[in-house]
Design a protein around this ligand. Structure first.
Ligand code: PEP
Ligand code: MG
Length: 737
């Protein structure tokens, strides 16, 4: 392999060597092209003129069948096989017995290696193994790009084929960059061993260490007594003790492979077989086996887990089966352009964190980990939910243009940062941002927000491995207030339950979690939890203002009850001589429609209110916000909902109670325009929306808009389509949307 010869010469030598070693009259290599055709690349025994000429489609003939099924075929009489196709240019009619094995890499078929004999013989198990081992060497040649030089320019090889996969858009944005595998496949370069005995001993040692490390993980206090983590690890332990698996690896060692090459070979075979499974349970187990094989290879090669952020390219796109939120944070934000996962859902923790960091994320992309190689060019489209691996030049150009356009817009918005947030007709609007993690806070200055209008405290709980203790909560709130540097922060008490499950908190199954035992309901029923949080907040905000609001209040009494808990904690702290906040302002999120009919009572109790339009709208229309079938069925700009929002802002004004709106509506320029028209003057949104909303309002004559829009909310108005009206108005008066 080390000889300085061309790729073609090397392949030619390999086929001669194999043929003489296994006593075959024919040995041929077929390589899979990007157009799905297997092309003859080298042969000993068949017509040499057929090299680079003879070809078969995947699925066609015996060679095509091996590629399609990724399984060896061992036939004493090839012509009797129903799949046999005769290629006249090769002159293979003289041969009867046939053995072909797939050329596999990470379970992916890159070609087929074949031997043939005139006699009717059945090849021995040893010969099959030997051929498979050689196929691994050829696979590495293909992967290393050695065959590119002799490949047809038009089509190229399958391994470098552009791949377009569709997944689910989880965090918006577009990223162009190069693949970094989260758990990088260790490339096994040392394939052949002289001393099988020594390799067996190495394998034994590594398996022992692997088992111990899994036992350690299972015994460690970090893993909950039940639940997903544990199941995965139990499955791991089972596989790690599986005799069949280990026997196969030992067999491959006896056939001359190094221990790590043997593990890789067995895994590649298993992968190729299991990839065809459609059963989700079995596919899940394949992932477990993959993980286990990777761990074992690392044990054998003495490598650590994870990749070092110092080795990251400037434009890293992390590709992983799945990863924890904390692991993403470990990478640091600077060099990451995107994230692609085989798993991940809209409410996964990793999604929450990716969104918070502004990293485009596409999830549920099948098999991306085995399709991608470290360093491959890749594009993540977090808007369309698409991934382009090794993109064609035109795709790359189109996306570069898209990214440049977005960057130009961002630069425009950055310039607006220091400009006042005032409408064209001189009305001040307060734009605040929503946050939930410490990593969000630098945005407060960067995006020029007036404060944090909603701090979702549950995020700290969702990314943690175990319940954050009082001190940890306190430390976080302190850091938040410090980072805010005097700007107001509105904390919201824990909104867990429902679909925001904490892995370490036993949750009960509910038919209807959004309307179930969540948020303040849970807090009032488990006052220990809520009081701990209240104490953490009170002690974090000593000498400062503490603004705290409660989510999912359905009746005023719940707020009164929550306030009494704050008062209790406060008097307890005072009694024991602790410092307390200078001022405390307590508010309510208006997100359950029942509150709309208790506004008079509510507004005499609270210091402020904040409209949670996400929940308010889902309950208002009875349309689950997380269910894509119905989430967009009703328009937030329909007259009914706008009237409800107007009732809230009018009532608040009547009682001189400050009102904010902190749902997603606030962050969309068209919807924000409607909110301003209704009378809202304080909006809180994700940091990325601050620029677009500010650009909108600075070009808006708000007095004129209200005068034109509000009559349309009256019953019987002939032009009650507010969305159309707003679009037309923006167009006619040059409002920047
Ligand atoms: C809302 O419901 O509008 C809101 C802001 O809170 P969350 O999205 O966290 O439920
Ligand atoms: Mg809500």
């Amino acid at each position: 392999m080390a000889e300085p010869i061309t790729a073609q010469e090397r392949l030619d030598k390999i086929v001669v060597l194999i043929a003489s070693n296994v006593v075959a009259e024919v040995c041929s290599v077929y390589i899979l092209r990007a157009d799905g055709v297997l092309e003859l690349y080298a042969t000993e025994g068949l017509n040499r003129e057929a090299v680079h000429q003879a070809s078969l489609r995947v699925g066609q003939g015996l060679v095509g069948l091996i590629a399609a099924e990724a399984r060896p075929l061992n036939l004493p009489n090839a012509r009797a096989h129903p799949g046999f196709t005769y290629l006249p240019e090769t002159g293979e009619d003289a041969y009867n017995s046939f053995l072909g094995v797939p050329i596999l890499r990470a379970g992916r078929t890159l070609g087929v290696l074949v031997i043939q004999n005139k006699s009717h013989r059945t090849y021995l198990e040893d010969e099959v193994e030997a051929l498979q081992t050689t196929a691994m060497i050829i696979a590495e040649m293909v992967a290393a790009g050695e065959l590119e030089a002799i490949a047809q320019k038009k089509t190229g090889l399958d391994l470098s084929r552009p791949i377009h996969q569709t997944g689910v858009a989880l965090a918006e944005g577009v990223g162009l960059g190069h693949v970094v595998l989260h758990e990088p496949r260790v490339v096994v370069t040392n394939l052949i061993a002289e001393d099988s005995e020594a390799e067996s001993i190495r394998l034994d040692g590594a398996i022992g260490r692997l088992r111990l490390s899994i036992d350690d993980l299972l015994a460690s206090g970090d893993i909950a007594a039940s639940g997903e983590h544990r199941e995965v690890l139990e499955a791991f332990r089972m596989f790690a003790h599986d005799r069949g698996w280990i026997r196969k690896i030992e067999e491959a060692i006896r056939n001359g492979l190094t221990a790590e090459a043997a593990v890789e070979k067995v895994q590649s075979d298993t992968r190729a077989r299991m990839l065809r499974q459609t059963d989700p349970y079995l596919r899940e187990r394949l992932h477990d086996l993959d993980d286990l094989a990777h761990r074992l290879i690392r044990e054998l090669m003495g490598r650590q887990h994870g990749s070092l952020s110092s080795e990251l390219p400037q434009d890293a796109i992390i590709v992983a089966r799945n990863m924890g939120a904390a692991e993403l944070l470990d990478y640091g934000r600077d060099r990451i352009r995107g994230l692609v996962l085989e798993e991940g859902g809209p409410t996964s923790h990793i999604t929450i964190v990716a969104r918070a960091l502004g990293i485009p994320l596409v999830g549920q992309v099948d098999d991306i980990v085995s399709l991608a190689d470290a360093g491959d060019a890749i594009i993540v489209d977090g808007e369309a939910g698409e991934v382009h691996l090794r993109p064609a030049t035109d795709v790359e150009l189109a996306y570069s243009e898209k990214v440049r356009f977005r960057a130009r817009r961002q630069a425009q918005y950055r310039r607006l940062r220091t400009k006042p947030s005032v409408t064209k007709d001189g009305i001040d609007i307060s734009l605040q941002m929503n946050a939930g993690l410490l990593v969000d806070l630098p945005q407060l200055a960067e995006a020029g927000a007036a404060g944090v209008g909603l701090f979702r405290t549950e995020l700290q709980f969702m990314v943690a491995l175990s319940f954050p203790r009082m001190k940890e909560q306190q430390a976080q709130y302190k850091q938040v207030l410090e980072a805010a540097n005097g700007k107001p922060v509105t904390f919201r008490s824990l909104d867990i339950g429902g679909d925001k499950v904490l892995p370490y908190l036993r949750s009960i199954q509910e038919e209807n979690p959004a309307m179930g035992w969540r948020a303040l309901r849970l807090g009032l029923d488990r006052p220990g939890l809520l009081r701990t949080q209240i104490r953490a907040l009170l002690t974090a905000a000593t000498g400062k203002e503490l603004k705290l609001m409660f989510p999912m209040v359905a009746e005023v009494q719940e707020f009164v009850h929550a306030r009494s808990l704050v008062e209790k904690e406060l008097s307890h702290l005072r009694k024991h001589g602790y410092d307390v906040p200078e001022t405390i302002r307590l508010g309510v999120m208006v997100e359950v429609p029942s509150l709309l009919f208790q506004m008079d009572e509510l507004l005499t109790q609270v210091d402020f209110i904040s409209v949670g339009s996400n929940d308010l709208f889902q309950f208002f229309c009875a349309a689950d916000r997380g269910n894509t079938r119905v989430a967009d069925r009703f328009d937030t700009l329909d007259v009914g909902f706008l009237r409800a929002l107007k009732t809230i802002v009018d009532k608040a004004r009547e009682y001189h109670v400050p009102v904010t709106l902190c749902g997603e509506l606030a962050g969309r320029p068209l919807q924000a325009m409607a909110l301003l028209g209704l009378g809202y003057r304080d909006l809180s949104m994700s940091p990325a929306s601050l620029g677009p909303v500010k650009a909108m309002l600075r070009t808006l004559d708000l007095g004129r808009l209200s005068a034109r829009m509000l009559p349309r909310l009256e019953p019987g108005h002939p032009e009650a389509n507010i969305r159309e009206f707003l679009l037309r108005y923006a167009d006619d008066t040059n409002v920047e949307l």
